[in-house]
Structure formats: C-alpha cells, structure tokens
Design a protein around this ligand. Structure first.
Ligand SMILES: [Ca+2]
Length: 285
C-alpha cells in the first residue's frame, strides 16, 4: 500500500475519532445535568428480579392443585447523609400483602403494581468504644435479630412500620458480643376508636466464639400486642388462620398475644463451606 493511498483512510479515521470524542462529550454533559444534593455523601442503588414456578399440590375435598408462574421485582437505594444518617428506600412488586412481594402471571398479562416496601431513616450516633447504637424509624427492615428459623414468628419479607432500636457491645479481650434490640410497631391505626394497636418486642442476646472457628449466637425475646382485641383490622392477610373472630380477612383478633421466643444459631464451616444449625422455640398456646 502506498503512502498516497493511505491518506483518505487517515482522514476517515480522524473524522471517526472526532465524532466519538464529540459523542463522549455530549454524554458527559448529559450526566452533568443530574444534580445530587450536597448533603448526600453516597448513594447505593440495588435491586433484584426473581422469576419462578410455584406448584401447589393438594388432596382432599374442595381442594385444587395450583400452578403459578410468578415474578418479584425489587428496586432500592441507600442514601448516606452526614452524621451517620442513612435513608433506606425500596419499591417492590406485589399485591400490598405484608409477607409477599410476588406477582402472579395472568389476567391477560395485566400491568403489575409497585408498592413502597421500605422507607426509613436510620441514625447511628457517634460510636462509643466497642459499641454501636442504631435508631430506626419508618417502614424498615426487621430491627430484631432473625434467622431463617425465625420465620416461625416473622416472615422475612415483612418490613414493620414504627420504631426500632439496637445496641451492640463487644466485651473487651473476650470476643463475646452482647446485643439488645427492640421494636415498637404500629399494628393498626383507628380513625374513630381513639386507641391504636401496637406490637412491642424486646430481645437480648449474645454471640460467642467457639473452638474450630465456630460461633454460637442466641437470643431471648418477648413480643406483646397492645389493644389487639379492641378494634378490627382491615388489612388483607391471607395467612392469618384462626387469629380473627371473623371468617373474612378483617375482624377482631381472637386472642391476646404475648409470645416468648428463644432463637439460637451454631455456625461453623466444613472445608470452607459455611454450615449453620438454627432453632427457634416459642410456647404453644
Ligand atoms: Ca414471605
């Protein structure tokens, strides 16, 4: 190839590079138009999408099998503000039910709803030596320590509304960690009865290292309702069984509730594969 013949290619290459540079400049200018408040220190965006088949096979009178295809979409942001204040936001698919964010395919591919799944503010005051204090308010992740086995009481999808507190303290030179958590959850707001229903939970526990890189974590909790038998709940809950006096989804709660709970977890690893043994015990009433 002669020098003379390469010159048109060089010119084309130069024009191409100039176009790319102009495009990059334009893109940069577009991003620069998005302004974030100066008080925001960091924003973490996240989310997930789950697609699954859900088969329910039943026997007996008046029962039918179910075959469902379902999706779950969750989109969220953690916004870090000064003075250890965090804003947590999450939108999720679902039907407004407290313990599930699934949506079932059907209804001629109708559009699916998006709900406020979490909206909370969390403050961790300046940490003391070996200790952490966490204060949370809003519609928040469960402030109590929970394991997989804890869904005997709390569904992992459940995000309570109210106030949560947590304290952690590491005993010096022992590796032992003590913790205490509490929640004050608004269970029902009564527009005409004057008294709302609440749930109050307190939890204390400890975590201690064991030989062979294992550790044991355990906690005792007490969950108490307030004014649960006073007024009806109108929230639609599919899994409330015999807890209400009415056969519909609304109605006064049947019993007073005060539930003690013991939860423990033994964690270890076999060939670097994590292994945990969990148990939750509550009295049967
Ligand atoms: Ca669930």
């Amino acid at each position: 190839m002669t020098r003379q013949k390469t010159q048109p290619w060089r010119a084309a290459l130069a024009i191409g590079l100039a176009c790319m540079a102009a495009t990059a400049q334009a893109e940069q200018a577009a991003w620069e138009k998005i302004k974030i408040s100066d008080v925001v220190q960091e924003v973490k965006l996240g989310g997930d999408l789950r697609l699954r088949y859900d088969g329910i096979y039943r026997s007996g009178a008046n029962t039918n099998d179910r075959n469902r295809n379902r999706l779950r979409l969750r989109l969220g942001a953690d916004v870090q503000l000064p003075d250890n204040v965090l804003l947590g936001l999450r939108l999720a698919s679902g039907t407004g039910e407290q313990v599930s964010t699934n949506q079932t395919y059907g209804n001629l591919s109708s559009q699916k709803g998006i709900y406020i799944d979490r909206a909370y503010a969390q403050w961790k005051p300046t940490p003391v030596k070996d200790g952490v204090v966490t204060l949370t308010s809003g519609k928040m992740p469960m402030p109590l320590w929970c394991t997989y086995s804890s869904d005997l009481i709390w569904d992992p999808d459940f995000n309570p509304e109210g106030f949560g507190e947590g304290v952690e303290y590491k005993l010096p030179n022992t590796g032992i960690k003590l913790f205490a958590n509490a929640i004050q959850m608004v269970a029902g707001e009564q527009s005409s009865a004057g008294k709302n229903q609440w749930v109050f939970s307190q939890q204390v526990g400890a975590e201690t290292p064991l030989p062979l890189a294992s550790k044991l974590k355990f906690a005792a909790a007490y969950h108490k309702w307030s004014d649960e038998n006073r007024n009806t709940f109108t929230a639609a809950v599919a899994q409330d069984g015999n807890r209400r006096t009415a056969t519909t989804t609304s109605g006064v709660l049947l019993n007073q509730f005060g539930v003690g709970e013991l939860t423990g977890q033994l964690s270890t690893a076999i060939n670097k594969t994590p292994l945990a043994l969990q148990a939750t015990l509550i009295p049967s009433q």
